[in-house]
Write a protein that binds this ligand. Structure first.
Ligand code: ZN
Length: 260
């Protein structure tokens, strides 16, 4: 499986020291499990954070484009969206310059891909012309929903609640993975190379070791996004060849029976 992490430099952590700490924790977990991940960067959050991205690059991870302002394709027209991709690229390419790495992956914010719409086709054409490969997702545990509750509990020092949410999040990782395996069997007749979506956030800083440990003990090995996309389950443009597989609902409603 490939590990992809969205919304770099960090979600729900605004000060630099906090962001750095969260990134360091996530990077050390990746290193412990020999994972080379792909991090998707929000361009307008790059200024002042280049040393965080240097850590990513120096540890052999790849950075991809996640637009300049985390734009929602459902909300704007193709032209505006494409401009946001270009602006994002401008920021990220500055980071890549010293390493000589080229910017080659794009992840749609909110996974709003506009598939089978005229607008979506225009953006795809644009991505192709600009030599981007789309980064699809097959395992989506909705970590961001758990994270917002986790950050709330963390901020108000509710340790027990923090633990409860962690526990539920780890359960969710497992059920989503088993689900992804069944979808894979259903549409492809085998287990394809999976692509996990996580976000750069506090809950993953606290649990990534356990998440990766679960995958190792379930028999998974970690590959790069490039290696995952070599699976024939994906088109050369980086889309699932079975378009109905792995479509995600807009939101996943958390039902957390928490003691308040
Ligand atoms: Zn995002």
């Amino acid at each position: 499986m490939a590990v992809t992490i969205d919304d770099l430099p960090a979600v729900l952590a605004s000060n630099y020291q906090d962001q750095l700490k969260i990134n360091q924790k996530i990077l050390s977990a990746l290193e412990r499990y020999h994972v080379k991940a792909t991090g998707f960067v929000i361009g307008n959050r790059v200024p002042g954070r280049s040393d965080i991205f240097e850590l990513w690059l120096s540890q052999g991870h790849e950075l991809g484009n996640h637009t300049y302002s985390h734009m929602d394709l459902d909300e704007v027209d193709a032209q505006v969206y494409e401009l946001d991709i270009v602006k994002g690229a401008h920021e990220i390419e500055k980071l890549l310059l010293p390493s000589g790495q080229s910017l080659r992956y794009f992840r749609f914010p909110y996974l709003h891909t506009g598939r089978n719409t005229e607008k979506g086709n225009l953006v795809r054409e644009f991505l192709k012309e600009n030599r981007y490969t789309i980064a699809p997702v097959t395992i989506n545990p909705y970590d961001w929903e758990y994270n917002s509750r986790y950050v709330e509990a963390w901020g108000s020092h509710k340790l027990q609640e923090e633990e409860q949410i962690t526990h539920m999040y780890l359960d969710r990782i497992k059920t989503t993975t088993v689900e992804a395996e069944s979808i894979s069997w259903l549409y492809y007749g085998r287990i394809i190379k999976q692509i996990l979506l996580l976000h750069l956030n506090r809950i993953n800083a606290g649990t990534l070791d356990q998440v990766l440990d679960y995958y190792v003990s379930s028999g998974y090995t970690f590959v790069t996004l490039e290696e995952a996309l070599a699976d024939s389950a994906y088109s050369p443009e980086g889309e699932l060849t079975q378009p109905k597989a792995f479509t995600w609902p807009m939101t996943f409603k958390l039902s957390l029976p928490l003691s308040r």
